[in-house]
Design a protein around this ligand. Structure first.
Ligand code: DGL
Length: 290
């Protein structure tokens, strides 16, 4: 049987197109499970392999170099498992690492494989939700500082006014199951008030972090009722479906036994205890070392 990869030089590998494999879904931690859930609901026949890099989460406040380095390492792990398609179900990794990986690394490492993110599919659709043309973006510090949303939305909807707010405390609060506390309310309200102070006509808020759907109900308590809150899961699942239909050369390498596997770089016991909240059903994970 053909090895899935060949060592080329030092730690650099060249990944062969081997047999069919699962669709890889990646996040720094649990957030990507909110996207995976929608993918499995929309496309249940495919196999999925989810990895949470919990040992190094959160990514949101890390430098470009660090997020790029961590993400590339995780993608190489997916390739070694035989994945031809990997989805970065993480805005921070999509904002800080995806472009370099697509433009520089893939060609050298695995020209036949693909890595896609969550920002492009979201920005293609975001204009459909607003009537006033004023939208707010909530994300990690990394996502907001990268300006990826501003740049991508400009391409599809040049007339939209886009306001951003970084919420550095939200992911740690959610990951530590502290989002139902007075302390969490303080930070959530503070960031929402700030975002809404930028324009009185914001009528759409995008949750541009895959962790945030967990606190959607809490967010609604602090914003006027007419504002539409947009989560990415359904949008990304829809876009994956269209991508697979439009790319039979990739789709034909995606196996279809309807399985979903979970791995974490940290404690699998913790992952099993916390992950169900994000995935909306109990799950069992395995620990991996990268
Ligand atoms: N869930 C990730 C995102 O969508 C970020 C979490 C983190 O800060 O690691 O941006």
């Amino acid at each position: 049987m053909q090895e899935p990869y060949t060592r080329v030089y030092g730690s650099l590998y060249f990944y062969n197109m081997a047999d069919k494999g699962p669709i890889g879904v990646f996040d720094s931690g649990y957030g990507g499970l909110t996207v995976l859930k929608e993918m499995v609901a929309k496309l249940p026949l495919y196999d999925y392999l989810y990895m949470g890099d919990n040992a190094r989460a959160p990514y949101g406040s890390r430098s470009f170099e660090t997020v790029y380095h961590y993400t590339l390492e995780c993608i190489q792990w997916f390739f070694k498992q035989g994945c031809t398609l990997v989805i970065l179900a993480c805005n921070t990794a999509s904002a800080k690492a995806l472009r370099t990986i697509q433009q520089n690394d893939l060609e050298k490492l695995a020209p036949g494989k693909r890595v896609l993110g969550v920002i492009r599919p979201t920005t293609e659709r975001i204009g459909e939700f607003t009537k006033t043309g004023n939208i707010g973006i909530l994300g990690t510090k990394g996502t907001v500082q990268s300006k990826s949303y501003l740049l991508e939305i400009e391409k599809f909807y040049p007339l939209l006014n886009v306001y951003q707010e970084a919420c550095p405390m939200w992911v740690p609060l959610i990951e530590n199951n502290l989002d139902n506390s007075a302390g969490a309310d303080y930070f959530i309200k503070q960031n929402l008030d700030c975002l809404l102070s930028y324009s009185k006509t914001i009528d759409t808020i995008l949750l541009a972090c895959t962790h945030y759907p967990l606190i959607a109900n809490k967010i609604r308590e602090f914003i006027p009722g007419h504002i539409t809150l947009v989560s990415q899961g359904g949008i990304v699942a829809e876009s994956l479906s269209e991508y697979l239909q439009g790319h039979p050369e990739i789709e034909s390498y995606c196996s279809k036994n309807g399985t979903v596997e979970f791995v974490t770089t940290d404690s699998s016991e913790d992952f099993d205890n916390n992950g169900g909240r994000f995935y909306n059903s109990p799950l069992r994970s395995t620990h991996i070392d990268l």
